[in-house]
Design a binder for this molecule. Structure first.
Ligand SMILES: C[S@@+](CC[C@H](N)C(=O)[O-])C[C@H]1O[C@@H](n2cnc3c(N)ncnc32)[C@H](O)[C@@H]1O
Length: 252
């Protein structure tokens, strides 16, 4: 069902009007942009690299054929760079993010390394500024949780993929390994905000991060949302005991 502007939604553990969430999310990523990559390494002990490598392995961009890829909520470009490194010279990537500060760091990181193969677009995942069907692949890593209208973002993902196109989403998930869940909770709620304060001077943003993970739909429910957007052969696979999961689907 379409949500009206008066609906409310979650912002971490808070409830906010739907129309207010994006502004709050933008403040978070504006605040952490400069320290974002360093914090990712510190918080996950480098594990986010292995998770992103697995995402790109599943995408499997071709080495010889042309491949047009869209990485949504692409932030500082991490996933797009990996797609370009894995694909051939005719692989091209668009990094799309709503936040200019995150894209600015991404542009700096890319330098001239991928000239002619990468573009950075500031836009909303809920209303992609592309015609229907130009893309062969769509990824969104640690992004969908931040989008206020997830169903709108999924519908847009489906619209911009060509038939045969591959949708992949890497997102925090639910840890259900006995023992690991308690450890993970203690780490998330105690260590991460303190680390955020120490490294990025911002505990609040990292508290939001932890809370938003807990509020995200369970993997089976999220898989149903992907199906509702029109994707086929929808599947999900937990990694690292369910700390994260890769969700996938195909446009037919
Ligand atoms: C946790 S970061 C993930 C960045 C990158 N994908 C990675 O894995 O390192 C989440 C990103 O989602 C972006 N974002 C939030 N809401 C968005 C929206 N509605 N449309 C596009 N990007 C959005 C934020 O600006 C931020 O860069």
């Amino acid at each position: 069902m379409a949500k009206s502007a008066d609906d409310s939604t979650d912002f971490g553990f808070d409830t906010v009007p739907l129309r207010a969430k994006q502004g709050r999310v933008d403040e978070v990523f504006h605040s952490v942009a400069r320290r974002y990559d360093l914090m990712n390494d510190l918080m996950s002990a480098g594990l986010h690299r292995a998770w992103k490598a697995e995402l790109v392995r599943q995408l499997n961009p071709p080495r010889t054929r042309p491949f047009r890829h869209l990485d949504v909520a692409g932030g500082t470009g991490d996933v797009a760079f990996r797609v370009l490194d894995a694909g051939g010279p005719r692989t091209k990537a668009t990094v799309l993010d709503i936040n200019g500060a995150m894209l600015g760091v991404g542009r700096e990181r890319a330098g001239r390394r991928y000239e002619g193969r990468i573009e950075f677009v500031q836009a909303n995942a809920e209303a992609l500024p592309f015609p229907a069907k130009p893309f062969d692949g769509y990824t969104i890593a640690f992004g969908i949780r931040n989008v206020p209208r997830i169903d709108a973002a999924l519908a847009e993902a489906h619209r911009v993929l060509r038939p045969g196109g591959h949708f992949l989403c890497l997102e925090f998930s639910s840890v259900d390994v006995p023992g690991l869940d308690a450890l993970y909770n203690a780490y998330s709620f105690n260590v991460i905000p303190r680390l955020g304060q120490l490294v990025a001077g911002d505990a609040e943003s990292y508290r939001y991060l932890v809370e938003s993970i807990r509020r995200f739909p369970k993997p089976a429910a999220f898989a149903r949302m992907i199906e509702a957007a029109g994707f086929q052969r929808v599947a999900h696979r937990p990694l690292s005991g369910g700390v994260v999961a890769i969700h996938s689907g195909w446009k037919t």
